[in-house]
Design a binder for this molecule. Structure first.
Ligand code: HSE
Length: 439
C-alpha cells in the first residue's frame, strides 16, 4: 500500500452556471474523482450573493460553510484551493489577490481578467509558490490550455484560428439553416436563455476577443492587450449574405485569428467568408473549435462545447484535480505560461497591412451606371475586380448585389469602402468581409 494522502479542500466562489456545474460534478462524482487522485477533493465552503436561495446539490455535506462573503472562503483554514467563478475584473481580482496573499492556490474561469492581467497574476502566484489554473476561461469544454501548455508545447506555433463564441456561432448557423434574420434569432435565443439580455459582448465580438488574446498569449508567448485586437461583430450579416457566400462555395463564421507574419503577430476577430468544405465551416450551433498550425506538427484541431454548466464544470473540476495533485505532490508552478518577459513585448500589427480577397455587399437604390461607378473607385485604388453577383430580387429600391475582389491590401479596400459610402445610391455603407483560405 502506498502512503495515504490527505484530502484537499476547495472553496467555490460564485454559484452561477459555472459554479453550479462544478459543484454538481464534485458531488455526483466524488468517488470517481477520489479513485483518480488517490485522495478526496472536498468542498469546504461555497459563496454567492444569493447562497440562501441557491439549491445546492444533495450530498454536499452539512459541514460546508455557506456564506455571502468571499473573504470568509479565502480565510477558511481548511481551504487549499479557491475556485474563482464570479467573472468580471473587479471582485474577481480582489478574490485572486487575497487568495495569493493567503497562500491558497487558484482555479479560475475568468477569461476577461486573465486576458487583461494574467501575466502579472501568474508572476505573483509563482513568487507565492501557489498553483494557478484557468482551463475554463476559453472554450469551456475544450481543454485548449492543456493543449498549448502541454500537448503541443514542443511545437512552434505559426497560426491559430477559432470559433470562440457560441452565441454568435449559433446565430450565424441558425441564419444559414433557416434564413431567419439576425434580430429574430437573437430575440428567440434571449427568450430561451441562450443569449444574454445585453448581447453586446457576444455578438459584437468582445467575448471572443478576450479569449483570442488569452490563447494567443499562450501560443506565441507575447504580451497582448485585448483592446489592440481588431474586432468586428456579426450584426450586419443577413441571410442574403449566406446565399451569396454559398454561390461562391463559402460560408460565413465569426473567425478569431492569430498568425505570425513577417511584420509580427496579426490578430483579428471578425466575420469572414471561409470555404464550405473548410473544417471550421462544419462547426455549427453553440459549439466552439480551435485549429492550430505548428511549424513541426502541422495541423491539429480541437472541437467541443464552448459553454454551459456541465462542459465548463468539467474544465473547472479537471483544473481542481490537477492543482490538488500538484499540492499533494509538492509541485508549485515554476514558469508562467505567459512567456512575454522572455520573448519581448508585442507590438500590434495593423490588420490593414494584410492582403486578402474581399467580399463587398451593397444595397442600392437601383439606377443605371452603379457598377461602373463602384468599379471606377476600385480601379483607382488598384483593386482588381473578380466577380459581380446578383441573385434575383424584386426590390428595386433596396437592391442587394455583391462584388468580389482579388487579393488586395486591406488598407486600399477600406479606403475604397469609405469613398463608396458617400455615394447617394447606397442604402447603407458597403459590407466588406475578407475571404479567408481554408482553415
Ligand atoms: N457567452 C459565451 C459564448 C460563453 O456565447 O460562447 C461564455 O464564454
Amino acid at each position: 500500500m502506498g502512503e495515504t494522502m490527505k484530502d484537499v479542500y476547495v472553496g467555490v466562489i460564485g454559484l452561477g452556471n459555472v459554479g453550479s456545474g462544478t459543484l454538481a460534478i464534485l458531488t455526483a462524482d466524488a468517488e470517481q474523482i477520489a479513485l483518480k487522485l488517490g485522495f478526496r477533493l472536498r468542498v469546504a465552503a461555497v459563496c454567492s450573493r444569493s447562497v440562501a436561495s441557491v439549491k445546492l446539490p444533495d450530498g454536499l455535506g452539512d459541514d460546508v460553510l455557506r456564506t455571502t462573503d468571499w473573504r470568509e472562503v479565502v480565510a477558511d483554514p481548511r481551504v487549499e484551493i479557491v475556485a474563482e467563478l464570479v467573472g468580471g475584473t473587479t471582485t474577481a481580482r480582489e478574490i485572486i489577490e487575497a487568495s495569493i496573499a493567503h497562500g491558497k492556490s487558484i482555479v479560475t474561469a475568468n477569461k476577461e481578467l486573465m486576458a487583461l492581467s494574467g501575466a502579472e497574476i501568474w508572476d505573483r502566484a509563482i513568487k507565492a509558490k501557489i498553483n494557478l489554473a484557468m482551463e475554463a476561461s476559453v472554450a469551456g469544454g475544450i481543454p485548449i490550455h492543456a493543449v498549448l501548455r502541454e500537448g503541443i508545447s514542443g511545437d512552434r506555433i505559426i497560426a491559430l484560428a477559432g470559433i470562440l463564441n457560441g452565441t454568435s456561432n449559433y446565430i450565424l448557423t441558425e441564419m444559414e439553416r433557416s434564413g431567419t434574420p439576425f434580430d429574430e434569432i437573437l430575440a428567440e435565443a434571449q427568450k430561451l436563455g441562450y443569449a444574454e439580455a445585453d448581447p453586446t459582448n457576444d455578438v459584437d465580438g468582445y467575448d471572443a476577443r478576450s479569449k483570442l488574446a488569452l490563447l494567443a498569449a499562450l501560443a506565441f508567448g507575447e504580451r497582448i492587450t485585448p483592446a489592440d485586437i481588431f474586432v468586428e461583430g456579426i450584426r450586419r450579416i443577413t441571410p442574403q449574405d449566406f446565399d451569396y457566400a454559398h454561390q461562391l462555395g463559402h460560408t460565413i463564421r465569426l473567425v478569431c485569428s492569430a498568425r505570425q507574419t513577417e511584420k509580427g503577430l496579426l490578430l483579428s476577430v471578425r466575420p469572414a467568408l471561409i470555404p464550405q468544405d473548410a473544417i471550421l465551416a462544419s462547426v455549427k450551433g453553440a459549439y466552439n473549435a480551435v485549429w492550430v498550425k505548428g511549424h513541426y506538427g502541422a495541423d491539429t484541431f480541437y472541437y467541443g462545447r464552448g459553454a454551459g454548466p456541465s462542459p465548463t464544470g468539467v474544465a473547472v473540476v479537471s483544473d481542481l484535480m490537477r492543482v490538488a495533485r500538484e499540492i499533494r505532490c509538492g509541485s508549485p508552478e515554476r514558469v508562467s505560461p505567459f512567456a512575454h518577459e522572455r520573448l519581448g513585448k508585442y507590438e500590434p500589427v495593423s490588420i490593414t497591412t494584410q492582403q486578402r480577397p474581399f467580399y463587398l455587399r451593397f444595397r442600392v437604390e437601383d439606377r443605371p451606371g452603379i457598377i461602373a461607378e463602384l468599379a471606377g473607385i476600385l480601379a483607382a485604388k488598384q483593386i482588381g475586380l473578380e466577380a459581380v453577383l446578383q441573385l434575383p430580387a424584386d426590390e428595386k429600391h433596396n437592391l442587394p448585389f455583391v462584388i468580389t475582389v482579388e487579393p488586395s491590401s486591406e488598407l486600399a479596400v477600406r479606403e475604397a469602402v469609405e469613398q463608396m459610402s458617400k455615394l447617394d445610391f447606397l442604402r447603407e455603407p458597403p459590407l466588406a468581409l475578407p475571404i479567408e483560405p481554408g482553415l
